[in-house]
Write a protein that binds this ligand. Structure first.
Ligand code: ADP
Ligand code: MG
Length: 409
């Protein structure tokens, strides 16, 4: 059996016309001799009747503290509805299709409701149905705990479902269908001349995805990478070849470094970040203060980013929606924090960036010429990040794309 996982995102299943295009992709796979496993997301985006965000808004405001278990029951409905509609669409084309929920498909997760991790996949039911010649539709974004509680996998969770199934079924490939023609050198919604990358390594897309390129979820990449299952990012609405995610870049030729990672893969961005500054120049015991600050955040489950600890102050960022909580904790500990809300993180990402002279100089120059002020910066061996005001995000991404991505291969 040649298993092919085909995942279709929310925009791909949003209308009857689009679902017909999805069905055509599935039909094509069957014609080519594959046994397709079709993973679907909920239909549409916020405002659409069965979209995940619409469900969230349904209960927002009822209580400040939604029971997480019940929230997951609610959210899991979106993919079930979408899966039923998709299964009917496939049947209408003469394909023998069956829908399995995450639990029925054997996706076992931990009990971290809202952001559950897949522990293992028991693919028996899927395999039996594939062997019976059926197209198996699986609801993305969800699983069950060992004791049968329904969980959801967090944002981008359907990508993770597809990757986990690809690995468990030893699929020939995992096709992630979306509304763009592949992985690009920047978000095409912001950068008009962003280029499609024909091949990227797991490593490269993982870094790019971690920095906000939401075209695929980083967890999905990490899972597929474990068994070296190729991922294709393709467009539901065209026949473009798409981007292959693999472990090496076959076309880079001999003489390049063995991982095949290029110097810079692309520019990524993420918005809605608050920068918090905690002055520590007046505290008596600075070491104790540092401990208190980060313990305080950890105990409240607030993940911190962009951390810069200096003797006179501590700087870090949190998501906008957690800023109020973070500031309250700091004030209760006796600190006098200040905050800059509505910032964005803009990154140049490339596995080959480490130690290359001049990259930071070029970055600073590009941003300065675009009139963008850097609030903070940080770097790792694969990424250089700058924090900017949200209104500077688009000009910053455009300027960096122009500097680093235009004209290079
Ligand atoms: P889906 O609903 O199919 O999962 P997403 O909205 O999660 O789709 O992801 C696709 C979107 O990712 C695109 O519409 C595009 O705006 C955005 N995106 C961000 N960065 C990139 C990038 N580097 N390459 C391609 N798309 C990107
Ligand atoms: Mg997505």
């Amino acid at each position: 059996m040649r298993v092919l996982v085909q995942k279709f995102g929310g925009t791909s299943v949003a209308t009857a016309e689009r679902r017909a295009q999805v069905a055509a992709k599935v039909s094509e796979a069957v014609r080519e001799g594959y046994s397709p496993v079709v993973v679907v997301s909920a239909i549409g985006r916020n405002g659409d009747p069965y979209a995940t965000d619409t469900f969230i808004n349904l209960v927002n405001g009822i209580t400040l503290d939604h029971p997480k278990r019940e929230m997951d029951l609610l959210l899991s409905c979106g993919e079930i509805i979408s899966g039923v509609v998709m299964t009917s669409t496939l049947k209408n084309l003469g394909l023998d299709a069956i829908l399995l929920t995450g639990g029925q498909a054997g996706i076992i997760t931990n009990d971290c409701f809202g952001d559950a991790r897949i522990i293992r996949v028991e693919p028996k039911a899927i395999l039996e149905n594939l062997q019976a010649g059926k197209v198996v539709v699986v609801t993305g974004f969800q699983g069950v705990t060992e004791d049968g509680q329904i969980t959801t996998l967090g944002r981008g969770g359907s990508d993770t479902t597809a990757a986990a199934l690809g690995v468990a079924l030893n699929a020939e490939a995992i096709d992630i269908y979306t509304d763009v023609e592949g992985i690009m050198t920047a978000d095409p919604r912001i950068v008009e001349d962003a280029r499609i990358l024909d091949v990227v390594t797991y490593n490269e897309i993982c870094h790019l995805a971690h920095q906000g390129a939401k075209v695929i979820h980083p967890r999905a990449v990490e899972i597929a990478m474990q068994k070296n299952i190729p991922i294709w990012i393709k467009c539901t609405f065209s026949d473009a070849k798409g981007t292959l995610v693999t472990s090496i870049q076959p076309d880079m030729g001999a003489g390049t470094d063995i991982t095949g990672d290029r110097l810079i893969t692309g520019i990524a961005h993420t918005a809605n970040i608050t920068q918090i500054r905690v002055p520590t120049h007046e505290v008596v015991d600075v070491l104790q203060a540092h401990k208190q600050i980060f313990k305080g955040m950890a105990l409240a489950d607030i993940s911190v980013d962009f951390i810069s600890v200096q003797p006179e102050s501590v700087l870090y960022t949190v998501p906008d929606e957690l800023a109020g909580k973070a500031l309250k904790i700091l004030e209760n500990l006796g600190f006098k924090p200040t905050a800059v809300p509505s910032c964005a993180k803009v990154s140049i990402v490339g596995a080959g960036i480490a130690g290359v002279p001049g990259v930071m100089a070029d970055m600073v120059e590009a941003l300065a010429d675009a009139g963008v002020s850097i609030l903070q910066s940080a770097d790792s061996h694969t990424t250089i990040w700058v924090l900017v005001k949200k209104e500077d995000m688009v000009p910053a991404v455009q300027a960096l794309h122009k500097k680093f991505m235009v004209g290079c291969k």
